[in-house]
Design a protein around this ligand. Sequence first.
Ligand code: HEM
Length: 402
Amino acid sequence: RLLGTVGAAGAAGLVVGGAGGALAVSGGEQAAPTALTTIGSTEVPFRPERAKHQAGITTPLQANGHLVAFDLVPGADRKAAAALLRRWSRTAEELMAGRAPDADTGVALDAGPSSLTVTFGLGHSFFDRTGLQKRRPVQLDPLPDFSADALDPKRSNGDLWIQIGADDALVAFHALRALQKDAAGSARLRWQMNGFNRTPGATAHPMTSRNLMGQIDGTNNPKPSDEDFDERIFVGRDADQEWMRGGSYAVVRRIRMLLDDWEKRSRGEQERVIGRRKDNGAPLTGGSETTPMRLDQNGADGLPVIPANAHARVAAPESNQGAAMLRRPFSFHDGYRDDGAPDAGLLFVCWQADPLRAFTQVQRKLDRGDALSPFLRHEASGLYAVPPAAAPGDYVGRPLLE
Ligand code: HEM
């Protein structure tokens, strides 16, 4: 007997939502159809109506994420890559609308789309593999080596990159498997990283998320309402590589946190490392989370209240010729290392129109030794060109690959 109905978002299969047990009827009584919770039924369009960029960039952070890179298999050429992106785009569109693909595993059968986003990117090596070197944007030039890097090449770079985010862990896993199956014969998984953020609804009202150091993280991100937001984050209309106009560049870094060292520091020390309070994220110069930092304010001791090497000061646009990026990370926890320390930290993902004038500019500064660096290890790195969203009937990257 049917216990529920298909939800507003068109989820495939039964919808078993609502307050726990609400549908457990007895005595042959018919249960009233229950809609999915707003978390389950929230759908992010694969083809945004007005915005030109793919979903998963300005979409609010989801609770679960998978970052995956693929390499084309030997012999897979431009045509094979085009066919793969066509398959992937179709699958992403179906899944983001809450529909199951053919020969589905059933893993997400009872759930709605849960804000699923699937975002596709192309790495530097993709253009060599497909003979498209001439159309490779200079923005994909490899990132410079930073002095504190301890990068694992096996978990870095890759021909193709996918970011998956969803507010349900099964929905996210389901998407990952479906996309991996689509790749069979054309591309092999190179690396995969799994991350998480706070679950929507865990706080009494929407708040900026916290990272595993306990800090409110994301406060001073550029906002879509800022006048120069599009210019900073998305590739402009006059870009040399026409196929990237409206797209963005993603920098991905696996940054392990030395939590044993960090947690030994007093709250006061931790706050001076960032330049913001831990409880409410306000700058040490006062106010609330959204109050601007007063970088020129000195304390009674004559020293700046926000220390000269505080992370937020060193990373701020004011210290970097205006450089800004949209940080949209996931936390990760991959168990414990041989030395007993947690293998945990931040899957740092940031978005910008030009990495050289955003991530690279800021990371060069931080690498000279901001107060946070001693507690971090950069262990993997990737840089990807993320083309604009596909037009109706189209697939991501067609203007490059056709
Ligand atoms: C700000 C943490 C890595 C760039 C902040 C803030 C925190 C934070 C707590 C203050 C709140 C906010 O505005 O979001 C971390 C942690 C990192 C990390 C835990 C590593 C695990 C990086 C990296 C970059 C970066 C690698 C770029 C290269 C920024 C920028 C700001 C910022 C641009 C805003 C500064 C401002 O305008 O006030 N970070 N961060 N962060 N961080 Fe990081």
